[in-house]
Design a binder for this molecule. Structure first.
Ligand SMILES: NC(=O)c1ccc[n+]([C@@H]2O[C@H](COP(=O)([O-])OP(=O)(O)OC[C@H]3O[C@@H](n4cnc5c(N)ncnc54)[C@H](O)[C@@H]3O)[C@@H](O)[C@H]2O)c1
Length: 282
């Protein structure tokens, strides 16, 4: 099947970026979210990002307009009957994702691959919520999607070689590099990144350093482009907590225990950049 229309479900930080890169690569994109304000925000974010590419001379004004013209938004997943490929990017919650995969399975054409942008949740369990587990896989984009070259590709227990090949081919059309990881909690990226972020939060809680000091040590001393607490705010503290919970539950090692300070900040609605307050104020 030729893939022309891509459905992206979830219009938050990641879904808007994923919708943008598919539209830029010439696909028709249908971006679905339960919340209309998120769809409005995604349109604005995408338009701003495309404008920046035009200002930097990396995109022509005609290609920007073409990309925006290929983007449609909707509040019902029923619209995905028109999709040839799907990328799920809703909240990092296993039950919510499984329920969505069951609905997508009932709506999408039988040959359509259903991929998930999950940071940590089992692809095998998402596949098991459908009658097409051979066509369910992880396609884990990095934030910000328009700028980051990696896509971590996750093969579930039943994912077919053909599905993996089709999805990797799509990455190439987006100008991204696919790297395969096994279906383990947190895969490669977050198995390594999240314990570092969690440790940085423990260091704040225990008074080892201020957020500014901790970020400065990791930037200037370890040559990281961004300190771990700035990065946590950028990812979203709720997303970090959800991923750490999957690592802790799935790997059973106390070293992955989410820091109590992270739990408190999320409970207080301090989610990082997207809420205006995290380790820094925005
Ligand atoms: N934030 C990051 O840096 C990052 C990086 C890589 C992967 N991810 C993963 O991407 C996914 C999305 O993360 P995010 O940061 O974009 O989250 P977000 O909170 O910014 O956005 C989630 C969106 O999903 C929508 N949503 C929730 N339930 C829905 C449903 N049933 N149907 C349709 N829309 C629904 C919400 O309204 C919201 O707009 C998660 O699985 C996360 O782990 C996040």
């Amino acid at each position: 099947m030729t893939i022309k229309t891509v459905g992206v479900i979830g219009a938050g930080t990641m879904g808007s970026g994923i919708a943008q890169v598919f539209a830029q690569a010439g696909f028709s994109v249908l971006l679905v979210d339960v919340a209309t304000p998120m769809l409005d925000r995604a349109r604005t974010t995408i338009a701003r990002s495309l404008d920046k590419f035009v200002e930097k001379g990396k995109l022509s004004a005609a290609d920007r307009d073409g990309s925006l013209g290929r983007l449609r938004v909707a509040t019902s997943v029923d619209e995905l009957v028109a999709a040839d490929y799907a990328v799920e990017a809703i909240v990092e919650d296993a039950d919510a994702k499984r329920a969505l995969f069951a609905s997508l399975d009932a709506i999408a054409k039988p040959e359509v691959i259903l991929s998930s942008n999950t940071s940590s949740i089992s692809i095998t369990s998402l596949g098991a919520a459908t009658k097409r587990p051979d066509k369910v896989l992880g396609m884990h984009f990095m934030n910000p999607v328009p700028l980051m070259p990696l896509v971590e590709m996750i093969r579930g227990h039943a994912t077919s070689d053909e599905s993996m090949q089709i999805a990797s081919g799509l990455c190439a059309r987006l100008g991204k590099t696919p790297v395969e990881a096994a279906d383990y909690p947190g895969f490669i990226a977050n198995r390594i990144l999240m314990p570092m972020i969690n440790e940085a939060i423990y260091a704040v809680m225990e008074g080892v350093g201020t957020p500014q000091a901790i970020d400065a040590v990791m930037k200037l001393g370890m040559n990281h482009p961004m300190g771990p607490l700035t990065l946590a705010d950028f990812i979203g503290l709720d997303v970090c907590l959800a991923i750490l919970t999957v690592l802790h539950d799935g790997l059973g090692d106390p070293k992955y225990r989410p820091c109590p300070l992270l739990r408190r900040m999320v409970a207080a609605g301090q989610l990082g950049r997207k809420s205006g307050q995290g380790f820094y104020t925005y």
